[in-house]
Write a protein that binds this ligand. Structure first.
Ligand SMILES: O[C@H]1[C@H](O)[C@@H](O)[C@H](O)[C@@H](O)[C@H]1O
Ligand SMILES: [Fe+2]
Ligand SMILES: [Fe+2]
Length: 314
């Protein structure tokens, strides 16, 4: 079809030159775009989603019925996550840069890892990340929240950076340096962890003072804590996003209410944010498998918005 010719005037009624008018239109369009983004951002992160309401939750996290792969994973993890190991892991982390790559490259690198601790999915990690992000996006939640869904498990890259196995990378987390809570899954498997017999670490508060704040509690080392440090220093994501990343595997706390004695005022707010995130992580595992190539462009732009330095130090 031939383009329609429009007889455009060179100046508008108020005598403005055409160039200025079209600049103005551009500005208005930018504003409209911002408003649209803003409207999306206004959708409260705490508002319960349809997504959450429609899932049959009894289908997830059935650890008693889980296969041996999952049970063996936790037996090993619960034996080996000691205070001594956690101090060493943090020391090692702060003393080197393991790799330099973009967020998308990290997602691709992670793709060969199948998480041994997970009874609910055998999909690759890139698919799980996109499922989480897409569920948040479909619910019209803020862009920073969508990005948090996209990256929240990238800390599993630790597996390729000299971890001792999967036990110090994946799985639920718990506090070390105080008594192992009976709210942790398979609580009977801590017997062979030497800390369970330590005269201080085995007491309720252990090395901590009540009210000290979760950021002062040493949580078992793995993908949450690692990614939290990477993202905190290299992105503009808000505190809520950092809490979602740092505590998303901390089910004894965010789901079962353990360790409440350690919380401070800020933690109460952060706990709500972590709880708002959890359904998108857990229940999106039964959604359709996303098509990576179809979504790539949208997410590349989103990544650039919050990671000013494209190449990240891992
Ligand atoms: O098996 C899963 C998986 O490793 C997740 O990435 C982690 O966040 C969960 O807490 C855990 O239960
Ligand atoms: Fe995770
Ligand atoms: Fe996840």
């Amino acid at each position: 079809m031939a383009p329609i010719a429009i007889d455009t005037p060179t100046a508008n009624r108020d005598g403005l030159a055409l160039e200025e008018t079209s600049d103005h239109i551009d500005d208005v369009n930018v504003l409209k775009g911002n408003l649209k983004k803003k409207a999306q951002q206004d959708k409260d992160i705490y508002e319960q989603s349809e997504f959450d309401a429609n899932k049959d939750k009894t289908q997830f996290r059935q650890y008693e019925d889980a296969c041996d792969r999952v049970k063996n994973f936790y037996r090993e993890q619960h034996e080996k996550q000691t205070v001594a190991y956690n101090l060493k892991a943090r020391h090692d982390f702060h003393h080197k840069t393991r790799a330099e790559m973009t967020i998308w490259q990290a997602m691709e690198k992670l793709n060969t890892l199948i998480d041994e601790s997970d009874p609910d999915t055998s999909l690759s990690q890139i698919e799980h990340l996109l499922q989480s992000a897409e569920a948040i996006r479909r619910d019209g939640k803020p862009r920073w929240f969508q990005l948090t869904g996209l990256i929240h498990d990238l800390g599993k890259l630790l597996f390729f950076f000299g971890s001792q196995g999967q036990w110090d990378v994946v799985g639920d987390t718990f506090a070390v340096g105080c008594a192992f809570s009976d709210k942790i899954i398979y609580p009977g498997t801590f017997e062979n962890n030497p800390d369970s017999k330590d005269p201080i670490y085995s007491t309720e508060h252990g090395i901590y003072t009540p009210g000290c704040g979760m950021e002062n509690v040493m949580i078992s080392w793995g993908h949450d804590e690692y990614l939290y440090h990477v993202v905190k220093d290299q992105s503009t994501l808000p505190d809520e996003a950092l809490a979602m990343i740092r505590y998303h595997s901390f089910y004894p706390w965010h789901r079962e209410g353990a360790y409440s004695w350690a919380m401070n005022e800020k933690d109460k707010k952060m706990l709500e944010a972590v709880r708002a995130f959890n359904p998108y992580d857990l229940y999106s595992k039964s959604d359709d498998v996303p098509k990576v190539e179809d979504l790539k462009e949208y997410y590349l732009e989103l990544i650039d918005e919050f990671f000013p330095t494209k190449v990240i130090k891992w």
